[in-house]
Design a protein around this ligand. Sequence first.
Ligand SMILES: *Cc1c(COP(=O)(O)O)cnc(C)c1O
Length: 362
Amino acid sequence: MVAAATLTIDLGALRGNYRAVRAAAAPASAGAVLKADSYGLGAERIAPALYDEGCRDFFFAHLAEALIIRPILAPDARLFVMNGLQPGTERVCAEAGLIPMLNSLEQVANWSALGVAAPEPLPAVLQFDSGMSRLGMEPAEARRLASEPALLAGVKPLYAMSHLACADDPADPENGQQLAAMGEVRTLFPALPLCLANSGGVFLGPDFHGALVRPGIALYGGIPNPPAEKVISPVVRLDVPVIQTRTVPPGTRIGYGGDFVAPAEMRLAAIEAGYADGLPRHLGGTGAAFFEGVRLPMVGRVSMDSVVIDISGLPPGTLRLGSRVELIGPHQTLDQFAAAADTIAYEILTRLGRRYQRIYKD
Ligand SMILES: *Cc1c(COP(=O)(O)O)cnc(C)c1O
């Protein structure tokens, strides 16, 4: 074992978060979003842990992501491809038994053509745009699809799906507007159950739950909106070793560009994580590490492989070569770490580098 920075991923906490989300969404059932390698945490480890908890519906963004995970889950798991299908990939998707979101009439036509030739219609989710203007069919396309059943001849639609743009803010009127837009879609397709809520949507209340919810960030310990805070536990911990310490006199310039100038004598430590490990460059000057509850501000710019922290707040000799400081953990949550870099937990998780020693505990 090399004394590298360690990224500890608590699969027990992940399971607990899944149970908490499922309880909040009941009687709707709860799937899990595993896109971007489970938000950077390793879909090959996350998927079986959630399957063990009873999760059967797994959502990916790309076809390729779902293809990787399909063989490691039992046949009763359903794997969905949210970004839809590029022309020419339909056969691969169907042969692997994956379920695509159909996001346009073109995708409906391509999937239906394959389904008409297959022994049975092919399952799919119909995605409608309800106000985010990102993916899914628009109201006029929804009406056309409803009025021309032949368009869906080879398709077995499972859900009417949409995605919330503002679920992080329960007070945003856009949430209600999107719900109303989906109400109209459902009058066109009364037999189709609704699949709408991401993590934030789960905590907006039962109106948003539909039949199946699609949480991502809350499973991984991010707090999507204030109501989630009480029930979601941290999953990730990031500890980084000290690789050098020094004391500098007042006026010393620190880091690339010499942007930071020591205002007084300072004790400093270089720690072994930088922007190549997913620390945003914006953290220089705003971020911090923690040691036994003491905040140790980052000073100067974040380098590729290291960043300097001010350890003057600790008694001399406390930190030495090989000591470890906390970047994400009990003293600094994932969301606090993200906020210090003026970003969101999603971006921090998905950019965590590949050089950390990853420890999965359960
Ligand atoms: C990413 C994503 C989700 C999960 O969102 P969280 O906010 O992480 O819960 C759900 N649905 C769609 C379409 C997504 O793109």
